[in-house]
Design a protein around this ligand. Structure first.
Ligand code: GRF
Length: 194
């Protein structure tokens, strides 16, 4: 994996498919004086992704990737990342799985945020599954992306208590608030080598 410490400001690309609230939080943190990264590009597999509004608002370059053919889609992704000199890819609710081939070819690090305390509850519907299993805690994890789904090395995690009579909706919102704090912290951990 390429080392990122030492580079003055690194260029990140955020991949989204939906609301993009983590995308927004990464942008806002990137605008802080001490930030070591700049959000250069947003990639979405959907033109209708609500989070694209933040690209307009904060004047961030966006690229919509047509996923009808995965090979072609990933070729375009490679070209875009190169063109924009991206040092780090941040997946944030991107609903497509990157192929092993793409992961190998990418010359930059790739990180993801997942709404569970990994290695528990990989995949989808994490909060509902945690509630069904009467877990005491849920939470979120930022981790490196490897060839296995939601399985790369963990960078940071945050626990969130499951309350009595919690609903999936309420828990999702509480965890999401923590995600918005955790993702920028995880990037700082990587970039400042804290
Ligand atoms: C987050 O819960 C993230 O952990 C998961 O997808 C959701 C994306 O939310 N991978 P948003 O689009 O950032 O609001």
């Amino acid at each position: 994996m390429p080392k990122l410490t030492g580079i003055k400001k690194i260029n990140i690309a955020v991949f989204i498919s939906g609301n993009g609230s983590n995308f927004k939080s990464l942008i806002i943190n990137s605008l802080k004086k001490k930030s070591k990264y700049e959000v250069k590009l947003v990639i979405s597999n959907k033109t209708s992704a609500k989070g694209l509004k933040y690209a307009r608002k904060f004047k961030i370059k966006k690229k919509i990737i047509n996923y009808l053919n995965k090979k072609d889609a990933e070729k375009t992704i490679l070209v875009e990342l190169k063109k924009n000199k991206i040092d780090l890819v941040c997946l944030a609710g991107f609903m497509k799985i990157l192929s092993n081939n793409l992961i190998k070819k990418l010359k930059c690090q790739i990180v993801n945020i997942h709404p569970s305390l990994l290695p528990k509850y990989k995949g989808l519907n994490t909060h509902q599954r945690a509630l069904n299993n009467k877990e005491k805690y849920s939470g979120c994890t930022v981790h490196y992306v490897s060839s296995k789904l939601d399985s790369g090395k963990i960078i940071l995690q945050k626990k969130v208590k499951i309350l009595k009579n919690d609903t999936c909706d309420r828990l999702t919102k509480r965890v999401l608030r923590q995600e918005h704090l955790l993702y920028p912290r995880a990037l700082n951990k990587i970039l400042f080598n804290l």
